[in-house]
Design a binder for this molecule. Sequence first.
Ligand code: COA
Length: 260
Amino acid sequence: MSYAEGILNGKSAIVTGGATGIGSYIVRKLGTLGAKVGIVSRKEENLIEAARKFKQDDGLDVVWRTGDVRDPDGIKNSFDELAGDLGGIDILVCNAAGNFICPTEELSWNGWRTVIEIDLNGTFNCCQAALLHLKAATDGGRIISISTTQADYGWPGAAHAGAAKSGIQNLMKTLSVEWGKFGIRANWVSPGPIEGTEGVDRLIIQQGLADQVKERIPLGTFGEGDDIANAVVYLSSATGRYVSGTGLAVDGGSQWDRGR
Ligand code: COA
């Protein structure tokens, strides 16, 4: 199931963390619907391999730069170079994230700081780095941050990521107000458990929780990467032109159970 071919023709997009996981589904979807796409992540080997696969499997010429979202100057350089390659930035998808499960009483200051820096500060850095380009976007720049349904509730074992994702959601609300005058829309997508991702493998399947988690999802299955990618397309394209400062949960109807 997908959007009309060419719905993103003429658009340029950057996806942070686009080489792997949910980010790679977003890249593939944006690219096959017509956008030119650039990806940024820390590991060059992941970027090279991802670009090769996007070309081989989907015929997409995805451009890339290495960059750590925690480094504001480095990210600004990477984005400026990618904007040169792509002819601008119309769409920014803040997807890069880090997380690990650790009870708060055992979480070191550095562990806390590291996840806040990647998730929350990294999103701030990327939004600032893309601002000049988003302002110049013909039909209004789009920022879509990837959050999580857990951000609205407590998240035992992930205080750092929960606080960061909550912060990201508020940042999107604030940017929607401050940058609305530039035509920029800022929103977030909150995935539930998405199969085939490193997050679900590590945080759910390896903990032996797969059946237990599925039983609590009203639609009865994990989501797919394309479910998240389609939500991003809605918010990136003309279909989402009047949507700003809000979130879209893509979680099989699990709102009743969030936070347990
Ligand atoms: N439990 C407890 N503390 C942990 C931890 C874990 N599983 N993993 C990392 N930390 C702590 C480290 O001990 C360190 O703190 P310390 O100096 O007090 O010991 C701090 O976090 C930084 O860890 P480090 O590995 O140096 O950071 P990094 O910048 O190289 O990587 C992550 C940070 C979050 C990316 C890394 O933990 C990771 O690779 N996570 C898995 C991949 C991932 O997050 N994918 C995202 C999809 S969910």
